[in-house]
Design a protein around this ligand. Structure first.
Ligand code: CS2
Length: 491
């Protein structure tokens, strides 16, 4: 068996492989990151890996809030792992050393709370996915009945949720006279800082009304826009990368050349000079966030549902079908772009052109099924916000409506050939039940699902322009199937 990747062997890696050129032992922990998934490891951790050579204060202690899998894979390799950047022609490998250690939160709450309370920790960042915020996606309010919220309020010293850890650590810091850390959400939520803030303050208030004011007044939550496509790692990736390293890496991550991070510069306790690694600091992230969520993620979700129903396994395969390229180009240019208000100098034409190329990247095996997950948490900000803006303008949104209709077909749990679909969503059971009661009718399916106000709010189901457009899309999907519907789209 090949040697395992570790500190001891980084000097012996093939010369083409980039690796930490700083003394990892001399780096202090400045960041605690909650949610150590593939995205964090291919994005923020890579930016942070460029820092210690000049400033050794910003190592990352990363926590898994649920499963021990990442810990089990990376602990034996000193938390080192490879980032493989893949384009059609090339694969570039970099071993990243920014993560100092991984904590499996459910079995080490005290350990995690201790690092979060340490005065050296000045940032707590998060990639816990949309559902990790325990909020109602349509309104943004804390879901006070969420089992993790209920649990964490009853057991503040042994939390389960990211919110529970953050509030308890802030409370302990305050008791010790340690200033609060900055809370940096790196999830795909609209104005993620502004989204996490009311959720946190409400959570604090439920635990202790006096503490709510402190969180509201003293804790900074800058918004960020994060972007890099990071599909799930496959066994084939593990083998290929381990071969290229001549050392085995149990969990490398594979990503694309493109990467972007736009951050509001509000870090009262200081921050790494991430701009040196290519991050952009701006006063207001909102326009960038809208651009990215609506153009990239809105297209992604539309491609995921329609692509999956057409029998396409990955986004690249879906985009090899010219009808889907036309669909996405039309969706971006005609339905999304008019809703965006970009700062002067932002080049949307190049951004969209690059997006089409990124989606087509055949080296990324980004499964439509993977992106289709958790739609109840994603649709509001990816498609429905755009729909609302279009409705306000009295403008058309047939392609967005078709995306929503395709999602409705998808959550029935049965594909066009009658095969089962493995629907992953926190609301999957309820959605399936609603879909089943529709009994195979397109109109009834739409009616049943429109009542889910966590997704559609109170306004959209009442607007016949919206319900009509989605129902039309759904009828076409029922009659012709996804592939023919997309192929027959005008223009
Ligand atoms: C994707 C995103 O899985 C998904 O829902 O749309 O993870 C997407 O790849 C990233 O946001 C790209 O930055």
């Amino acid at each position: 068996m090949a040697t395992r990747l570790s500190n001891a062997i980084t000097d012996h890696l093939p010369p083409s492989v980039r690796r930490p050129r700083y003394d990892r032992r001399a780096v202090a922990t400045g960041i605690v990151h909650l949610g150590v998934g593939a995205f964090h490891r291919a994005h923020q951790a890579v930016y942070t890996d460029d820092i210690p050579a000049q400033d050794p204060r910003w190592g990352i202690v990363a926590a898994s809030l649920r499963s021990p899998e990442t810990y089990d894979a990376l602990a034996p390799q000193d938390s080192l792992y490879t980032v493989s950047v893949r384009s059609q022609a090339e694969e570039d490998l970099r071993v990243v050393g920014a993560i100092q250690r991984i904590i499996v939160a459910p079995r080490a709450q005290d350990d995690l709370l201790d690092v979060m309370t340490d005065p050296q920790t000045r940032i707590v960042s998060l990639t816990v996915t949309e559902k990790g915020y325990c909020h109602d996606p349509a309104t943004g309010a804390l879901n006070e009945a969420h089992p993790d919220v209920v649990h964490d309020l009853a057991h503040p010293g042994a939390p389960r949720s990211a919110l529970g850890f953050i509030i308890e650590a802030l409370r302990r810091r305050r008791a010790k006279g340690v200033p609060p850390f900055t809370v940096l959400s790196c999830d795909n939520l609209p104005s993620n800082g502004r989204t996490v803030r009311p959720v946190l303050t409400r959570f604090a208030e439920l635990g202790d009304p006096k503490f709510e004011r402190f969180v509201a007044d003293e804790v900074s939550c800058p918004s960020t826009m994060v972007d890099r496509i990071v599909p799930a790692t496959t066994d084939e990736d593990r083998k290929r990368i381990s071969n290229a390293l001549s050392a085995s890496d149990a969990w490398p991550v594979v990503t694309e050349p493109f990467t972007q991070w736009v951050i509001e510069d509000r870090f009262p306790q200081g921050r790494p000079a991430w701009e040196r690694a290519g991050a952009e600091f701006v006063a207001d992230v909102e326009p960038y966030e809208h651009m990215k969520l609506r153009l990239l993620n809105g297209s992604h979700s539309t491609l995921a549902y329609l692509g999956y129903l057409s029998g396409y396994e990955t986004i690249a395969v879906t985009m090899a079908d010219p009808a889907f390229v036309r669909l996405i180009q039309g969706l971006m240019d005609e339905e999304v772009t008019p809703t965006l208000q970009m700062p002067l100098g932002a080049d949307l034409i190049s951004y969209k052109r690059a997006l089409i190329e990124r989606f087509k990247n055949p080296a990324l095996k980004h499964r439509t099924w993977q992106i289709a997950m958790d739609a109840s948490q994603k649709l509001p900000q990816r498609l429905l916000g755009t729909v609302r803006d279009r409705l306000r303008e009295g403008a058309s949104f047939d392609r967005l409506a078709l995306g929503v209709a395709a999602w409705m077909c998808y959550v029935t749990g049965v594909d066009e050939k009658g095969a089962p679909i493995d629907v992953r969503d926190p609301m999957a059971a309820r959605l399936r039940e609603l879909a089943q009661s529709a009994g195979g009718s397109a109109e009834r399916l739409a009616e049943e699902l429109f009542v889910v106000r966590e997704i559609f709010g109170d306004d959209l189901p009442k607007d016949p322009r919206f319900t009509g457009a989605v129902t039309n899309g759904l009828k076409s999907l029922y009659e012709k199937g996804a592939k023919r519907t997309v192929t027959n789209l005008p223009g």
